[in-house]
Design a protein around this ligand. Structure first.
Ligand SMILES: Nc1nc2c(ncn2[C@@H]2O[C@H](COP(=O)(O)OP(=O)(O)OP(=O)(O)O)[C@@H](O)[C@H]2O)c(=O)[nH]1
Ligand SMILES: [Mg+2]
Length: 366
């Protein structure tokens, strides 16, 4: 999961966050030790005794004075031989420490941007992220990236269970409608959410409002049976708005929530889109959820755009468990300010994870 984007992020982090620096530091340390040895050597009196202890040359103060002189004038003192002159010059030469100025270069940013785009991050978002790194000190790169990713993914908390419970208290039932492209994971998501809400002791009613696709009613019925959840269904070819209407009535009787399945549709399916608008008009859902398949990569943005006129309230992204790229999620968050409620993380009933920006960023960066 997130393999591609993780690779891009880690790639640039690695470039600036040492080992390289550590290596340089180690190298520097070795040089310093070597130079200290030279100082010691130069500071020894001719009889080989350390200068510090030499009665002939005087005291510690004398040594300090000599060293100060060396550093000030960049000139050797007592020792006349050219070899030591060079050695001393070497000591006082300001050390080059390239790693103090590890600014992130334009070239690195261009490469990084490309990597992000390859991981399905939209160009705009890739540019936004890399712009934030411009002229920054590369040694802080992980922190900078973490902040940037968090600010992209963070959203106001929306607790669906609380929302549903409040609606049931207020009006006797609640209705949540799911829609999206063919195969995006609507029916599976409804089953998983049904399981989660049932665990919370909320009565759930499935509405089999996909009366269009062969076997769609059986698919939802099988989940209802497994989970011991009530289901309202009509015949194939029937009016989906009427199925949802009946399910709402049933939910009122049991003080529960309707999770309404709908047929997969493309925006270009005129009839199916009209049908969706009819369901909405007649049944006025309390919450509409657009289900997006994260495997569709950058097309995901097109889906949001195309379904824009349905005025959805929230999103669920499925198949995140098998999505190696991971970048589309960032683009989704930039495209819409609607919250992502859950991530589909597999095909089991328990595989619906609450969207958690911190957790996702950790998975991408650590
Ligand atoms: N790995 C994985 N597979 C998923 C996930 N969600 C759904 N699927 C699979 O995706 C396929 C389509 O899921 P459905 O729930 O039938 O999708 P749908 O949107 O209802 O499809 P239509 O009714 O045909 O429009 C099924 O094989 C699911 O098991 C997920 O989060 N992870
Ligand atoms: Mg379905």
């Amino acid at each position: 999961m997130f393999g591609f984007i993780k690779k891009s992020l880690k790639g640039i982090v690695k470039k600036f966050e040492k080992p390289v620096d550590n290596k340089e530091t180690e190298k520097d340390k070795e040089e310093i030790v070597a130079q200290e040895k030279v100082v010691e050597k130069n500071n020894r009196s001719s009889n080989g005794a350390p200068f510090l202890q030499s009665k002939k040359e005087g005291t510690t103060t004398k040594l300090k004075k000599t060293k100060d002189k060396i550093e000030k004038e960049n000139e050797p003192t007592e020792r006349k031989d050219t070899e030591s002159k060079d050695e001393i010059k070497e000591i006082v030469k300001p050390k080059k420490r390239g790693f103090f100025s590890k600014q992130i270069s334009e070239k690195d940013l261009e490469k990084f941007k490309l990597e992000l785009v390859k991981a399905n991050v939209s160009f705009d978002v890739a540019e936004e992220i890399s712009d934030k790194l411009k002229d920054k000190d590369g040694r802080n790169i992980k922190k900078l990236l973490r902040n940037e990713l968090l600010s992209l993914l963070e959203q106001d908390e929306f607790k669906i269970e609380t929302f549903i419970k409040d609606k049931i208290k207020e009006q006797g039932n609640c209705m949540v409608l799911f829609f999206g492209y063919n195969g995006s994971g609507k029916t599976t998501t409804i089953a998983r959410l049904g399981y989660l809400l049932k665990e919370q002791k909320i009565p759930v009613v499935f509405a089999a409002a996909d009366t269009f696709r062969a076997a769609a009613i059986e698919q939802l019925s099988a989940h209802a049976e497994n989970l011991k959840i009530d289901i309202v269904k009509h015949k194939y070819g029937g009016d989906p708005a009427a199925v949802v209407f009946d399910a709402k009535k049933h939910a009122k009787a049991v003080n529960g929530v309707v999770l309404a399945d709908t047929a997969g549709r493309l925006h270009s399916d005129k009839n199916l889109m009209e049908e969706l608008h009819k369901i909405l008009r007649i049944n006025k859902p309390d919450l509409t959820i657009l289900v997006l398949d994260s495997l569709t990569g950058s097309d995901i943005l097109e889906q949001i755009e195309k379904f824009g006129d349905v005025d959805f309230d929230a999103l669920i992204l499925t198949k995140v468990d098998v999505n190696e790229k991971g970048g589309a999620m960032l683009s989704v968050k930039q495209k819409t300010d609607k919250p992502i409620l859950f991530l589909g993380m597999g095909q089991e009933y328990k595989d619906l994870e609450k969207f958690d920006a911190e957790k996702i960023v950790k998975k991408m960066l650590d």
